[in-house]
Ligand binder design. Structure first.
Ligand code: SF4
Length: 406
């Protein structure tokens, strides 16, 4: 397959938010990691020897099963997430992309991302990914500070994270993202600010900053740090301290020319993630691999979400046994899609054309008008280009606002 053009990527414009966002994408999950981080509730598994070939075979089998009813459709974005996809040899990633190109029409300028971990990457491997068609790398830095990385149980250190970024540049990636975590136990505001300053100074096109969450779901899934917290052995910073960290990061990035285009995501002009924007704008996506979740429309106002088995062994056994590797698909009716469109659209700085969403889903807007006005009066939201957009204060309570609007 020929190399797609370099950044910035392109994608259609979503009429409700004005964002350039993939309308049909592909998510590929690679579940293996060098070790399991104590805060992780992703579908990931530590493996001494990664069964790369076997997993690739299974994934291509699943691709053929799922793609058959979408043959020839335009694919606007592809995302390899994990787990640690940078443990997957470029030869196999290339094989997957070649097969994908046989089934779909990969749009010219499509964003094709791969997540990489600093401890599992080097320049020649990155060059291999660039050579097989990946045009965006997302590096899981989390922090440059030794104390924070230790608290998170990460295998890499700050210099390795910086080396991974340099390796990405050396391999020809001109669209690089880095992920950070704040609100970690023992972490100070000064440390978070130092991370943000270093990240912005490195010139990355895209940065993500997520607060560490150890919720009831993490506890149910026996995430070690969530259990330690429940036993009182670990204390996360107070909510006000976490909000202060978020504000510090946000203000610093904005000053450095990285716009907060979504609650947790920042980008230089033109470099917002087309694939991730698909999730916030109601786009469809096929998903392949362990624990992957896909969403497809079955009519203008009906959809279906499926989730693959979260255990790698269960996933492999199902595919090798000739089965689709998902549990019960969830049918989504017009009400569910309407709610998602509004709630997800309000995550975006662009805002969402509320009137258009109500009209498209044949909903009566009248009863919600006082609430919308109250949000604007309370400076939680602004009207911009006919769209309702949350302010930074509104972003802090996004879930509550979305729940009230529904
Ligand atoms: S590297 Fe990422 S996916 Fe793997 S265990 Fe750690 S947090 Fe989870």
């Amino acid at each position: 397959m020929s190399l797609p053009p370099v950044a910035p990527p392109s994608a259609p414009v979503d009429g409700f938010t004005g964002m350039s966002a993939a309308r049909f994408g592909l998510y590929v999950h690679f579940p293996y990691c060098l070790s399991k981080c104590p805060y992780c509730d992703f579908a990931s598994t530590a493996a001494k020897t990664v069964p790369e070939e076997r997993y690739t075979r299974a994934l291509l089998t699943e691709l053929a099963r799922r793609a058959v009813s979408h043959r020839g459709r335009q694919l606007d974005a592809i995302y390899f997430g994990g787990g640690t996809p940078s443990l997957w040899h470029p030869r196999f990633v290339g094989q997957v992309l070649e097969e994908v190109a046989r089934w779909f029409n990969i749009a010219p300028g499509a964003e094709i991302s791969l997540e990489a971990n600093p401890g599992a990457a080097d320049a020649s491997r990155f060059a291999g990914y660039r050579g097989c068609g990946i045009n965006r790398l997302s590096i899981g830095v989390q922090s440059f500070q030794a104390r924070t990385l230790k608290a998170l149980g990460r295998e890499h250190d700050g210099p390795q994270a910086m080396a991974a970024f340099d390796a990405a540049r050396a391999a020809g990636f001109d669209n690089v993202s880095m992920d950070f975590i704040y609100g970690v136990h023992g972490q100070t505001l000064a440390e978070v600010t130092r991370d943000a300053k270093m990240a912005a100074a490195m010139g990355s096109e895209h940065l993500s900053a997520y607060a560490l969450t150890l919720d009831a779901q993490s506890l149910a899934e026996e995430v070690p740090l969530a259990k330690q917290r429940a036993r009182g052995e670990v204390q996360l910073p107070e909510d006000e301290a976490v909000v202060a960290m978020q504000r510090a990061v946000s203000e610093l990035y904005e000053r450095e020319g990285l716009q907060r285009y979504e609650i947790s995501n920042y980008a230089r002009p033109g470099f917002h993630s087309r694939h991730n924007c698909l999730y916030w704008t109601g786009g469809e996506y096929l998903a392949l691999g362990t624990g992957a979740t896909g969403f497809l429309l079955s009519g203008p106002h009906e959809g279906m979400r499926y989730s693959n088995h979260r255990s790698a062994e269960k996933y492999l056994a199902a595919v090798e046994g000739g089965l689709l590797p998902h549990t019960h698909p969830e049918a989504l009716d017009a009400e569910a899609l309407f709610n998602e469109r509004l709630a997800m659209g309000l995550r975006l700085r662009s805002g969402v054309d509320v009137a258009k969403v109500f009209a498209a889903y044949h909903r009566e807007m009248g009863p919600r008008k006082p609430l919308l006005q109250a949000l604007v009066n309370a400076q939680m939201a602004v009207e911009t280009h006919g769209r309702l957009a949350l302010t930074p204060q509104g972003f802090d309570v996004h879930s509550a606002i979305a729940a009230r609007l529904m």
